[in-house]
Design a protein around this ligand. Structure first.
Ligand code: GLA
Length: 671
């Protein structure tokens, strides 16, 4: 796989990094000294420090005091713990928010946010930019050369709270952004289709951010999302330039929030600006398939990082605290999740946060060291996990291997899907992607979730799952891939609009119609309690289309429902390549059967044979091969493998038995 992102030259620690966010501003020095002892006991070797420390470094406007930071850095260094040092711009001090309320973001109704919380700033605000860069410069100058500082962490979750702003500065910047993109007002009107409802602009000054109280044009909405992402990236770049000036040897990153997508900013397009990509990932307790959603995000991180190792910057030992009901992880689940991230390419295991807060908004968020202290199951597991991470040292730097299926994912497609009004307005962008990933996960087939500009040649199968927006260039790349012998599966509501969010005419899915030799003239969505049957015996829901075949074989037709008798699934041979179209949302059995046929035709095999519920992923490189096995069931399970389990030292010949919930990492013998 090729793509965005760069491998980190010098990783911040020797092995797989272990630790988490450390917010000692909340604690006295005696507690901090206890932290040092307990971190050593747990094997922590990297902490993210200073995320919320702006007011500590600059207690009053223009008065700087780094004495607390100096002591913290020295102490951590003495204890052998490296630092991922945050620039503190996620936490603008109260003095700043009160002196300059104009930096606070405005919502779509023009309501300015109250001071407090975090990320209380607008990315287009020149006032904020100036004071933010001043603290970043003073901080970078101050710590330059400190041996503990091994990584820069720009701000925190940029866009998490300040992702969209509608203030006067944002409006002005948006107008400039639109002018730079389109040149003339006429071109904007054309691109966004403003003639409809007679909304054409006559001057750039009439263009506003999509504010509340009216329907907005989908083209405008999509560009506003792009603009917002660009503004935040501009902030990141400005901070990075200063960090590179003072500490060119220290790599720079920021923590992403990659999940199913669309995300608040366009991480795949941000990734080339990072020395390493890092992610914060939180599972949702009540989701019974949360381990698979975790795998999806890991496979996406790998796609975003160009296949290289990435950093798990934060996850949770137990419950988060922002849902209505926050359940802790089940016994053993934290270790399965941590190992699951490493299996999919992370070279770090980091948590939010080291010690549970006693006060503050997140006082009930789980931590490595819970309120109850060190004599707890959670802390025992944290110490155990530290041992596991240590035993995985030799895995660092290896890459996930054997992914022969690519799933195309683009944030812009998700933004476009949620703009305007659609035939079924309850479709989530990643619904199809996740259903297909889920089916492949259950069959132990490794998938790279990649942006559509990825080189596809090496894949046996490319899935285009509900990729609502696709550019001409990316659609052509898929067609070239098939012409070169590849197999593509295009699913419903893909290739519908172009980069301006304008529908491609002549039948759906416009961008792929010729490639598929099939198209549909009408979408007939289903209500939540309707299903249809296909003549292959598969049942389907939510979406059907009236499909016409020009040059393709009909694999399955609708047997019931509004399009009974018409094609539902088609297959076209294109030279040595194959193009499949799936026009409806198959239930898991049918989807599994269809995918099995495609995998069989293309010779894509499972990572290994294993009993149901066992996650299997392989990392390798330089003649080494590591097979990760995770038993997500509460029963005994097995997998085929030969080699030594790095976690226990046991040598297995042909078969590994996995106790309920157990993990194993097998150093495989050369095959
Ligand atoms: C995010 C943030 C952290 C913390 C955690 C847990 O990932 O980066 O500061 O708030 O969520 O809620």
């Amino acid at each position: 796989m090729s793509g965005a992102g760069q491998a980190l030259g010098a990783w911040p620690t020797d092995g797989i990094s272990y630790g988490g966010d450390y917010n000692p501003e909340q604690w006295d020095w005696d507690v901090i000294l206890e932290d040092m002892r307990l971190m050593r006991r747990a094997g922590v070797d990297l902490v993210t420090l200073g995320v919320f420390s702006w007011v500590v470094h600059e207690p009053r406007d223009g008065e700087f005091d780094f004495s607390w930071l100096d002591r913290m850095l020295d102490l951590l260094h003495e204890h052998g713990i490296s630092v991922d040092l945050a620039t503190p711009t996620a936490a603008p001090p109260m003095w700043l928010q009160h002196a300059h309320p104009e930096i606070l973001p405005e919502d779509e109704w023009g309501r300015r946010r109250a001071p407090g919380g975090r990320l209380g700033w607008c990315a287009s605000s020149p006032v904020f930019r100036e004071v933010a860069l001043r603290i970043v410069e003073r901080l970078a100058e101050h710590v330059a050369g400190h041996p503990a500082v091994r990584l820069w962490h720009v701000s925190n979750e940029l866009g998490g709270g300040n992702g969209r702003c509608h203030c006067a500065e944002s409006t002005r910047s948006f107008q400039e952004w639109v002018e730079a993109r389109y040149g003339t007002v006429e071109a904007v009107n054309e691109a966004w289709g403003m003639a409809f409802w007679g909304n054409s602009f006559s001057a750039f000054e009439e263009i506003q951010t999509p504010r509340g109280g009216t329907n907005h044009n989908p083209g405008q909405q999509l560009d506003y999302e792009r603009f917002s992402s660009d503004e935040l990236l501009g902030h990141y770049r400005a901070e990075r330039a200063i960090l590179k000036k003072w500490t060119p040897e220290v790599p720079v990153t920021t923590n992403f929030m990659v999940g199913l997508g669309p995300d608040v900013v366009d991480y795949a397009r941000w990734a080339p600006e990072m020395d390493v990509v890092g992610n914060d990932h939180y599972t949702f307790g009540p989701d019974p398939r949360r381990h698979q959603e975790l795998a999806f995000s890991g496979d996406r991180m790998r796609g975003i990082s160009g296949g290289g190792p990435w950093m798990l910057m934060e996850h949770a030992t137990g419950a988060s605290s922002w849902h209505a009901i926050n359940q802790p992880k089940l016994p053993g689940e934290m270790i399965r999740h941590a190992v699951g991230h490493v299996a999919r390419g992370s070279d770090s295991v980091m948590f939010f946060q080291w010690r549970a807060s006693r006060a503050g908004i997140e006082q009930f968020h789980s931590a490595m060291l819970p309120h109850a202290g060190a004599e707890t199951r959670v802390f025992e597991d944290v110490v155990r996990l530290g041992g596991i991470v240590e035993r995985l040292r030799e895995v660092r730097g290896s890459r996930v291997v054997g992914a022969r299926v690519a799933l195309l994912h683009d944030n812009e497609a998700g933004w476009a899907l949620r703009s305007g009004l659609k035939p079924n307005n309850r479709i989530g962008y990643a619904d199809t992607a996740r259903a297909i990933h889920d089916a492949l996960f259950d069959r132990a087939v490794t998938v790279d979730v990649v942006p559509p500009w990825t080189t596809l040649d090496a894949y046996a199968v490319v899935v285009v799952p509900g990729l609502f927006l696709v550019s001409d260039e990316h659609a052509a790349a898929v067609a070239d891939y098939v012409a070169g012998g590849g197999t593509v599966l295009v699913t419903w509501f893909s290739g519908i609009v172009d980069g301006t969010n304008t529908v491609r005419l002549g039948g759906y899915p416009g961008a792929f119609r010729d490639l598929l030799g099939a198209s549909s003239e009408q979408i007939h969505p289903l209500t939540d309690d309707e299903t249809v049957l296909l003549d292959a015996g598969w049942s389907a829901k939510r979406w059907t289309e009236l499909v016409r075949v020009d040059d393709a074989q009909v694999v399955a037709s609708y047997a019931t429902g509004p399009n009974a008798g018409h094609p539902a699934v088609t297959r076209r041979s294109v030279g040595r390549g194959t193009a499949w179209y799936l026009s409806t949302e198959l239930e898991p059995d049918g989807l599994g059967a269809l995918l099995e046929r495609i995998l069989e035709e293309t010779g894509v095999a499972a990572v290994t044979h294993a009993s149901s519920g066992v996650e299997a992923v392989r990392r390798g490189g330089d003649g080494q091969s590591f097979l990760f096995l995770i038993n997500h069931t509460d029963a005994e399970a097995w997998a085929e493998a030969t080699g030594e389990d790095l976690l226990t030292g046991t040598v297995h010949r042909g078969r590994v038995d996995l106790a309920a919930g157990a993990v194993a990492v097998i150093r495989e013998e050369p095959r």
